[in-house]
Design a protein around this ligand. Sequence first.
Ligand code: SAH
Length: 211
Amino acid sequence: MSSELDQRKESLIAHLKQEGYLKSPAVESAFRRIPRENFLPKELEASAYSDHPLPIGSGQTISAPHMVAIMTELLQPAKTDKVLEIGAGSGYQAAILSPLVKKIFTIEFFPELASLAKRNLSRTKITNVEVIPGDGSKGYPQKAPFDKIIVTCSIPQEIFNSLGKQLKEGGILVAPVGEAYGIQMLTTGRKTGGKLKTREYFGCVFVPLRT
Ligand code: SAH
């Protein structure tokens, strides 16, 4: 990596800490370790450390770094976690989680993006992420239950509730909840006594879940 990108990465990390998006040393070190430029088209590499979502093809976007930081912190990743992600996109969010958890299954609707995520993860030498091409709207019952579930496209409340069924007791679900192109709220659910205890954070804009 060029030292210029390194400097930009350090400034971005300092900004994310100052704003309170990056809270834990483990998540901070994941941001330092994973090169975001590896998850972008060549012509956008120079913008890798600006705090913006960027296009990755098929009309989809890689989330802004602050959103990745917020969602990763809300997920409270632990080394023993088996995680489900819905919406692999570029593979960057899964890559950030990779040093923080045991195993990640990430589902991607567009076959060309699933291949892109696989390529990006393999050139970053990440081996604990499995990319699954297909529709993640029903979760991934084959590998359920999960310790954590993260959704990076917006989902309606009913899907949020049904994904909760694939969580272990004590497990955490993080997702933007709302109608496609309507108001979305970043929402967490923690499974407590078999029920999902939910909490809404703030309004956000994510691409919608395809069905
Ligand atoms: N986590 C990604 C951000 C991807 S944007 C990253 O770090 O780059 C959201 C992604 O959700 C898009 O790639 C979109 O294709 C995908 N998606 C939309 N509907 C889906 C569905 N039903 N199942 C799986 N993925 C879906």
